[in-house]
Ligand binder design. Structure first.
Ligand SMILES: [Zn+2]
Length: 216
């Protein structure tokens, strides 16, 4: 008596190990004696293996993607922490260091240049580009010192609100590296210039003027 049709119906369940003990042994006995059904069974086994391999590949892809996302988040967190640290360094270290005319070679690093159009430019180089402000004091033809604030006076040499004492140098090397060299700032247009007699840094401690530019 041939059970082939019945066994072939049961083979998928047999392959997945879902048959009862009794049915399982019947199918097993039949497979042992029937090459035809055994061939069907072997093909089914192979298909299941391939499917399992595919599942593993999919799982590995998902796991890899999760890992990449984790690395991305970690990198973002580290970058954010570094930026925070950098900003802290600037605010804490940078504000403790005052501008020193000699130490930062301001005589060489800061100059006032007149271009072909007659405009006056402040040119900052090297350490001077890391200063948060390098605006010099300006004296007009009446002997008053000019700046952003009103109430110019001859005595007040902190015309722009800054003397060398107020100006700060950032000690953090990255600031200097990030600034373009040299850094140029327009001080005055040609039309403003007739009033200007002298441009200088003022050292309040030693009551000394370091002249950057003066009218000939
Ligand atoms: Zn059979």
């Amino acid at each position: 008596m041939k059970h082939c049709d019945l066994v072939k119906d049961l083979l998928p369940l047999y392959a997945e190990n879902l048959l009862s003990e009794e049915s399982r042994s019947v199918v097993a006995d039949h497979l042992a004696s029937c090459p035809d059904c055994r061939a069907v069974m072997q093909k089914m086994d192979k298909d299941i293996t391939v499917r399992a391999d595919n599942d593993i590949a999919v799982m590995q892809r998902i796991r890899r993607r999760i890992r990449i996302e984790k690395i991305g988040i970690a990198a973002a967190v580290i970058l954010f922490a570094l930026i925070l640290l950098w900003v802290l360094c600037i605010t804490m270290v940078g504000t403790t260091s005052r501008m020193d005319y000699a130490a930062y070679n301001l005589a060489e690093n800061v100059t006032v240049e007149e271009d072909d159009a007659g405009d006056l430019w402040l040119v900052l180089q090297n350490e001077a580009t890391s200063a948060d402000i390098c605006m010099p004091t300006v004296r007009d033809s009446s002997g008053n010192h000019m700046g952003y604030n009103e109430g110019f006076s001859a005595a007040d040499k902190e015309a722009y609100g800054f003397t060398l004492e107020h100006a700060r140098i950032y000690d953090v090397i990255h600031i200097t590296m990030m600034m373009p060299h040299p850094q140029k700032m327009l001080l005055f247009n040609k039309d403003d210039k007739p009033e200007i007699q002298e441009i200088f840094y003022y050292d309040a401690d030693n009551d000394t003027e370091y002249v950057l530019w003066e009218r000939n």
